[in-house]
Design a protein around this ligand. Structure first.
Ligand SMILES: [Zn+2]
Length: 395
């Protein structure tokens, strides 16, 4: 069957190094065909969607740290859970993500990895977000900086064990959160680098020197900067000081205004710039559900007023949506939409070595496209050219 060209018209189109006002972008067979001012349609059968001039057409967002949403969690270890997550994320502008595990009994981690690996192998469900791979958050972390990761399930870094886990995951672990100061860690980090898996420093009590050693071994990313790590002291810069100083390290930020104060988000952006920050949600299953009691890694979590906490008050993931993080980031830092696109799409795509097919609006790339209104609310989302979300009033 011949596929129709889809044409989005009249809104601002954000290309890699140009913004086209009242532009047009065309989609064919899951890919971006063309964009510009006067795009030749060449297809009378095209489905044309006229948009208000005030709308923004941006690349789909990539969330490299998300545990769950809408009642489902990667640790549920079922296809159904991952399908639920993949189906709901386009509502917030996310078109691809890393299914994120957490520190739990080894057998549970194994089940979640095996399930996610098989889910990815089965192929993307049309009209849902793509599961790009797995973010293994722990178990190779520090007991001192466990945060909401259960301390009893932490395991000493072990290269042979990692290889087994990667095999169970059918090779789909793409990012590993690890504490570089723990014995055995540097061997794992070197191996990850060799295999093009992103090694991320996180849930770590590392000193400045220990972070530098981790970096030399191949670590290139920092998991939720400020949260679950040794902070900055003027005589011991810790993980935070090292992350702010070194360009080799790309830093995740949870921009909900709760995990990190807005002033510090602003300071981070000033220091790291738009190419070394990646916005993540670190969202758990309560996202999209509202206040109540939930489970996170076998622990009870209370969600109240946008904050998820364990009984002792420890922050337990977030319930923030990607487009809310975008709005916050612009408000906290005064950054531009082009800066935002770097932090939500281009940077994660480059880190995961998929910038040739995702992370920007360019001809030939996957048609992962988000239309935002003037308030940065999501109007519609395309995953590989298929409509994955359309706000009611736009139907
Ligand atoms: Zn997390």
């Amino acid at each position: 069957m011949l596929e129709k060209t889809i044409v989005l018209k009249n809104a601002s189109v954000y290309g890699e190094d140009q913004i086209i006002r009242q532009g047009t972008i065309t989609i064919l067979k899951g890919k971006i065909k063309d964009f510009g001012h006067d795009v030749h349609l060449g297809d009378k059968e095209a489905e044309v969607i006229e948009l208000p001039e005030t709308y923004h057409i941006v690349p789909g967002m990539i969330d490299v740290h998300i545990h769950g949403a809408a009642g489902a969690d990667t640790m549920d270890a079922t296809f159904e859970a991952l399908e639920t997550i993949a189906k709901i994320l386009p509502q917030e502008g996310t078109t691809s993500f890393l299914a994120t595990t957490m520190t739990q009994e080894q057998s549970k981690i194994e089940k979640a990895l095996e399930n996610a690996g098989l889910f990815i192998e089965a192929g993307q469900v049309e009209g849902t977000a793509e599961t790009l791979g797995i973010h293994l958050e722990g178990p190779f972390i520090s007991e001192k900086r466990a945060g909401a990761q259960p301390v009893g399930a932490i395991i000493k870094p072990d290269l042979e064990l990692f290889k087994q886990l990667q095999e169970l995951a059918s090779g789909h672990i793409k990012l590993v959160t690890i504490a570089p100061e723990i014995e055995g860690s540097l061997d794992v980090i070197s191996y990850l680098r060799e295999k093009n898996v992103v090694a991320s420093i996180g849930h770590s009590d590392a000193t400045y020197e220990e972070v530098v050693k981790g970096m030399k071994a191949g670590a290139s990313h920092v998991t939720h900067l400020y949260n679950g790590m040794r902070g900055l002291h003027h005589r011991e810069p810790g993980v935070v000081g090292a992350a702010l100083l070194h360009d080799e390290l790309t830093t995740e930020l949870i921009a909900d205004g709760i995990h990190v104060r807005p002033e510090l988000i602003s300071l981070t952006f000033k220091q790291k710039g738009n190419e070394k920050v990646v916005l993540v949600t670190d969202a758990m299953r309560a996202k999209c559900l509202g206040d109540g009691q939930y489970d996170l890694g076998g622990q009870e979590v209370t969600v109240q007023k946008e904050t998820a906490t364990l009984k002792d008050g420890t922050l337990a993931g977030s319930i923030i949506k990607m487009n809310t993080a975008v709005k916050n980031m612009m408000q906290f830092t005064g950054c531009s939409i082009s800066d935002i696109i770097q932090m939500t799409s281009a940077n994660p795509a480059k880190e995961l070595n998929i910038f040739d097919r995702k992370g920007s609006l360019a001809p030939g790339k996957d048609a992962d496209i988000v239309v935002l209104d003037e308030d940065f609310e999501v109007v519609m989302t395309f995953c590989k050219g298929k409509i994955a979300y359309r706000r009611d009033d736009e139907a």
